[in-house]
Write a protein that binds this ligand. Structure first.
Ligand SMILES: NC(=O)c1ccc[n+]([C@@H]2O[C@H](COP(=O)([O-])OP(=O)(O)OC[C@H]3O[C@@H](n4cnc5c(N)ncnc54)[C@H](O)[C@@H]3O)[C@@H](O)[C@H]2O)c1
Length: 278
């Protein structure tokens, strides 16, 4: 069963990590301490590179290329997960930041992508499995209208981004708003899907990081004065680290979190509470 000279762990359950960027790599590294890993990214070289690096460190990691915005590609990923006996943990980390993309791309990747992935992988969730969707503090600082809420209720369709645009006033159709609403949509998705996951004995939760020191986060600091103001107001007076977020993902994926589903966990150094107290 075990292959001599490799780090293969056929006795371990599978963790699927979507997004092999900064935070995705930290999450994969942490989950790889107790799981076989599928490292998934649209960028094949990036997925290959991260899986290779983690294998060098002793993890049982394999890369998979997948574009989470394309249903056929997500279906192929689900079939791959099925061939590997299903999964115990799904960490959905992939996301586009406001300064990196336009309105449509942000909604497509951050929300429609997550909706497609969770729907396609649910049939392969082992009993006790958990899906953890990386949302953001941004989800907690927006109050969508009823028309926007209605669109967010059905985020699987390719047309979600354009329907969302139509539900917004012209001046609201910004990348920043797309980011806020896509992350808000993940919280609603978890609440709505918890019953379906529960029917399989599985859980689905979102995790909302505040300001985290990642390459993506540093890029946002350069392009967003608002982010500097938020930094100044964070009660713990620093950014969080990727290691801290990876630790919370590991907790949410573990049996210690076995009664946590359909909800969101803020990991933001107290920032959202401070903003709400204003
Ligand atoms: N840094 C922060 O302060 C902060 C705060 C809150 C939330 N977040 C969230 O954390 C996550 C950041 O992760 P990161 O640091 O790994 O970001 P990153 O930009 O380093 O990586 C994102 C990865 O997603 C992949 N990706 C993009 N489109 C894809 C697609 N269609 N299909 C598959 N993969 C795709 C990219 O290739 C990239 O590897 C995002 O979801 C972000 O919104 C970050």
């Amino acid at each position: 069963m075990h292959e001599i000279g490799t780090s293969k762990r056929p006795d371990w359950s599978l963790a699927v990590v979507i997004g092999a960027g900064g935070l995705g790599t930290a999450v994969a590294r942490r989950l790889g301490q107790q799981h076989r890993l599928l490292v998934v990214d649209i960028d094949k070289d990036r997925a290959d590179g991260v899986a290779h690096r983690l294998r060098d460190e002793g993890a049982d990691a394999e890369p998979v290329q997948c574009d989470i915005t394309r249903p056929e590609s997500v279906q192929e990923l689900a079939e791959e997960v099925g061939r590997r006996g299903g999964f115990a943990a799904l960490a959905h980390v992939a996301g586009l930041s406001p300064s990196a993309a336009d309105f449509e791309s942000i909604v497509r990747v951050n929300l429609t992508g997550a909706a497609l992935v969770t729907r396609a992988l649910l049939p392969f969730a082992a009993p006790g499995a958990a899906a953890i969707l990386i949302s953001s503090l941004a989800a907690h600082t927006v109050t969508p209208s009823a028309a926007v809420e209605a669109v967010l209720r059905d985020p699987h369709e390719a047309g979600t981004a354009s329907r969302l645009k139509e539900a917004l006033d012209a001046e609201q159709r910004t990348s920043a708003m797309a980011y806020h609403l896509s992350k808000y949509g993940l919280l609603s998705l978890c609440r709505r899907e918890a019953a379906a996951w529960g029917a399989r004995g599985a859980r689905i939760v979102s995790l909302s990081p505040g300001l985290i020191a990642t390459p993506m986060g540093a890029f946002e600091f350069e392009h967003s004065p608002v982010k500097r103001e938020l930094y100044a107001r964070t009660p713990l007076a620093r950014e969080g680290t990727m290691i801290e977020i990876a630790g919370v993902v590991a907790f949410l994926a573990s049996d210690q979190a076995s009664f946590i589903s359909g909800t969101d966990l803020l990991v933001d150094g107290g920032l959202a509470g401070t903003l709400r107290a204003d």
